[in-house]
Design a protein around this ligand. Structure first.
Ligand code: PMP
Length: 391
């Protein structure tokens, strides 16, 4: 008789089934075969010299994608949230002041993370779909004297691409680090980490890069490293401690790397391949393609009589489009109908935009006019066939 009181689950005796699907929500995006195949290469040790070479290639790719020469540039083993926590947990000590711009969900999440480590957190709030002016940011910097100011370059919950000009300089005028979330924007919209004086920049693998979720590029300026490597207290997270990560990624100039955690090697292969794809196309070419495709998409949506949530054209995120939820329809019925009938994911709002918008993400390989036409056809079909309340 078996000593096991939990029997083998019957579900695991059936083969794994995963549907093919058009991933046109705010992420993850579709992963092209080339990147999937890279991730299927053999597992080797996380401390083997070949992996260190792959990690060095990834580092160069991130430096290109971020437009930075920062030596402390690496990929966190985890998703965008892990990179957010890596940035905040390392750059902030308990009792220090943190300021975040809230114009969607990401500034709220950054504030939540900073609160959890005992920071004094203040937020400056802009209406969803908008963003603060530099003068408003300066006022808040003067008032709260934060050590870190956070904003999301691409606010994927509201569809805003906010301008960055002058903010890094403002932060530095007040001795504050400038922390930027580029999960939804990098590769799809112009961003120059060094020139824009960004101190900490991070993204995720599953959006414009078209790699599977699970790795998160991040980079730290000299100024950020000065603060982080001279902390009085250890960061609360061992897993995200930049001292350890910088060593594992060969960023600290030490002659050898020591074991910190088991790097997800196959995820590194995919990430390297996705950075190779971006490099082959060219960063500026990728920005331009996303811009042109988004312009086409937005014009066609307006031709259909739909309204865009972000009024200012220049502030529309080219990767994630927010469409005002069509009047009289249940947005959930629309997304469900499109999934069922067209095998295509678009999503509703998130955080403050729930119920207000539909979100369509066309990122990386999905940023083409042909994919736009697919989304438009699906939307037209949904508006014809979903229930409309005429009252
Ligand atoms: N920031 C932004 C702007 C995002 O769009 C996302 C993902 N939707 C995240 C952070 C969090 O990333 P992840 O889901 O990979 O943890």
């Amino acid at each position: 008789m078996s000593s096991l009181y939990v029997p083998p689950p019957a579900c695991l005796q059936k083969p794994l089934m995963v549907p093919h699907r058009h991933m046109f929500g705010p992420g993850p995006s579709n992963v092209p075969p080339r990147i999937l195949e890279a991730g299927a290469k053999p597992v080797i040790g996380h401390m083997h010299p070949e992996i260190f070479e792959i990690m060095n290639d990834i580092k160069s790719g991130i430096q290109y994608m971020f437009q930075t020469h920062n030596p402390v540039t690496l990929a966190v083993s985890g998703t965008g949230h892990a990179a957010m926590e890596c940035a905040i947990f390392n750059a902030v000590e308990a009792g220090e002041s943190v300021l975040t711009e809230v114009n969607g969900i990401w500034g709220e999440r950054a504030a939540d993370m900073a609160e959890r480590i005992g920071a004094r957190v203040n937020t400056v709030v802009a209406p969803p779909g908008g963003f603060l002016t530099n003068a408003e940011i300066e006022q808040a910097l003067v008032k709260h004297r934060p050590v870190v100011f956070f904003l999301a370059h691409g606010e994927s919950s509201t569809g805003v691409l906010r301008p960055l000009a002058g903010i890094g300089q403002l932060c530095h005028k007040y001795n504050c680090l400038f922390l930027v979330d580029s999960v939804a924007s990098v590769g799809g919209a112009p961003l120059h980490m060094d020139r824009q004086e960004i101190d900490i920049l991070y993204t995720g693998s599953q959006k414009v890069l078209n790699a599977p979720p699970g790795t998160a590029p991040i980079s730290f300026s000299e100024r950020a490293c000065q603060k982080i490597f001279n902390r009085k207290t250890k960061p609360v997270s061992f897993n995200l401690d930049l001292n350890c990560l910088a060593n594992y990624w060969g960023c600290d100039g030490k002659p050898s790397r020591v074991y910190h955690h088991t790097g997800p090697v196959t995820a590194f292969y995919s990430l390297r391949e996705s950075l190779a794809v971006l490099t082959e196309e060219g960063l500026e070419e990728s920005w331009e393609r996303h811009h042109k495709v988004a312009e086409y998409f937005h014009a066609e949506l307006e031709n259909m009589g739909l309204k865009l949530f972000v009024k200012e054209k220049k502030a529309r995120l080219p990767t994630v489009t927010t469409i005002v939820a069509p009047h009289g329809y249940d947005w959930k019925e629309i997304t469900r109908y499109i999934m069922k009938t067209h095998n295509l994911e678009i999503s509703g709002g998130l955080g403050p935009s729930v119920g207000l918008v539909l979100r369509v993400g066309l990122m990386g390989c999905n940023s083409t006019k042909a994919k736009v036409d697919m989304v438009l056809a699906a939307l037209k079909d949904a508006l014809k066939n979903c229930h409309e309340n005429k009252l």
